[in-house]
Design a protein around this ligand. Sequence first.
Ligand code: NOJ
Ligand code: CA
Length: 568
Amino acid sequence: MFRKFRLSCLLIGLSFFSLHSVAAPSAKDAEGHEWWQHAVFYEVYPRSFADSNNDGIGDLKGITSKLDYLKDLGVDAIWLTPCYPSPQVDFGYDVSDYVNIDPLYGTLADFDGMVSAGKKRGIRIIMDLVVNHSSDQHQWFLDSKSSRTSAHRDWYIWRDGKGPGQPPNNWISIFGGPAWTFDAQTGQWYYRIFYSGQPDLNWRNPRVEKAMFDVARWWFKRGVRGFRLDAVDTMFEDPKLPDNPVLPGTSKYGDPNMDNKYNTKLPELHGVLQRLRKAADQNGAVLIGETWTKNIDELKLYYGGGSRELQMPMDLMFTTVNKLSAPEFRRQIAAADGSGGWPVYVISNHDIMRSYNRYGDGEHNDQIAKLMAGMYLTLRGTPIMYYGEEIGMENNDPKRKEDVKDPVGRVGWPVDKGRDGERTPMQWNDSANAGFSTADPWLPVPPSFKTRNVEAELKDPDSILQFYKHLLILRRQDPSLREGEYIPLSEDRPDVVSYLRRYKNQAVLVVLNMSGTEQKVSFDLAKQGFSGGKATTLLTTLSTHPKEVPLAAVSLEPFAVYIAKVTK
Ligand code: NOJ
Ligand code: CA
């Protein structure tokens, strides 16, 4: 029965898929939605996805070789973290040439090959645009630092110190220590909110904007269908450089805590985003933002009134809910859903501990991984998955300081072990190095790869991977999950998150048990227009696989997911 259900979903799902993939770039559906609103995005960290030439580092040909896997999983667009030429100080987030590919990852021809292979499969490619800073090895910066009068001097932020050996102000780097580096040759300091190898670009200089927009257009012409904009929050600084107010306490790097009032989220950045949006619209492209906002009002600003700025600012506040808390998730979902923009949900990425570890209790991690998927893949909005999340990959943090690759982990050790743990190679099978490479990979795979890998999970009908696949088929196939409004239910329940996704005269009910104890929930959906009294199961982790359940008494095993159709 279960198998039959799977097959029928698959068939319906695939027919929708092909319709979807031939649509014109800016085509809207009957609801006025564009392609990215119903797409499932998937973040690929190129170093760690698949290694085609067995040098221990993933590459573009490796990614191309896995496109069939991604298509089969139900992915519509890949966000590639930076694969531009780079000294790799911050593993690619220090770009030394914005219009090329680092030889580590391949060539522009490999890139073109990946784009066209993606196109054949209905998978779009989104690049990471590192707008806040370049590498200190970029030609722009090399010229900038060559003399105080160089053509590119004003492309970066240079200032005199407050006194000998003293930086221009008290601003602190996100990666620890002062946000300024002294350059002895020209006797001035340059501003860099990340590493010293990542000097901040001066967006007040119109030539910087023009150069970066040219970069964007260059990639649009090459077939890129959007950008994830790195570190947009910090694009602008107050040119007068006032000291930031100091707050009580110290950071994990031992710096004084600060209110980054004068160098974060300055209003000027919105003008840039509005202008970039115009270029994106001309190319049917989407702009995704790395937007670390404190509250929904800050997030709203990134959409811009009437969505004139980012179509998809990421709701990263969602990732700060670090434990299973029904009231907290309800609150976050309601805020994002009511923001007026199209919500974008993320539970893991290359900078934060994997969701498998963040939410897992050590005993029911697999069930909890399914629970999280059952939630963020059934909400109104666009999900961005992180590679390996679909197989329940876990963090593999370094055990010794000398093994740490991420410089953040070296500065923060042992309080902050850095981000290596969430960036380990994708686990494809149970052969050496999880089938990622025949060479020693740049980061070690955890021993659990023997059973936790794509090949094994494809064979196991009960695996996390199979659950993701069913969910993504359902999402694609069911108009309520694609288009329906979000109606929260059981709002007083401390351990259950449930909601209706209602579309015209249809609705899907989602019920999620966020606790390790059995829960019973009773629904009366007459007010919402569904007095049928029964729910017909679409997908569940309940061990009994009921075909239908009475709405008056829905029983949920610990951490269970129940998704069902309800009727009028
Ligand atoms: C955010 C990226 O996601 C992170 O990996 C990087 O270190 C910083 N921006 C600096 O580019
Ligand atoms: Ca390689």
